[in-house]
Design a protein. Structure first.
Length: 131
């Protein structure tokens, strides 16, 4: 899976968003694997269980008005044998074992990208481009 993402120059410094994620089939709630922007940083995060805290696998300052190419090479698993290679602009920034499914899942997750606002000021405008 690969997408290009740009945070517009007007992107607020305090905004928290989910930009990309492998989402579980159980409905809403937190994702097993995701790429977020939090406190001005790109953060690749994982969760072991539906309501467990996130673990940051990789982070870097998110530059505004700059396109990033993010690529996910993944072998899906819920039993500890999943593998993720994550690339930013062609450079591998993370490689390791991950579970892309919560232990209770019976179907593969689906890839979802867009902007999911977690914390955003009233009256602000968010501009994130995917291509």
């Amino acid at each position: 899976y690969q997408t290009d993402v740009k945070l517009d120059a007007a992107f607020p410094s305090g905004a928290q968003i989910v930009a990309q994620q492998f989402h579980h089939r159980a409905g809403g709630g937190p994702q097993p694997l995701g790429l977020n922007v939090t406190s001005g940083e790109w953060r690749l995060v994982k969760r072991e269980y539906l309501n467990s805290p996130t673990t940051v696998l990789w982070s870097e300052t998110a530059k505004l008005d700059t396109y990033y190419t993010f690529k996910w090479e993944i072998r899906h698993s819920k039993g500890g044998c999943g593998v993720l290679k994550f690339y930013k602009n062609g450079e591998k920034v993370y490689s390791g074992e991950v579970n892309s499914l919560f232990p209770t899942e019976t179907e593969a997750p689906y890839f979802k990208f867009g902007v999911y606002v977690l914390n955003f000021g009233v009256g602000s405008q968010i501009i994130v481009n995917h291509k």
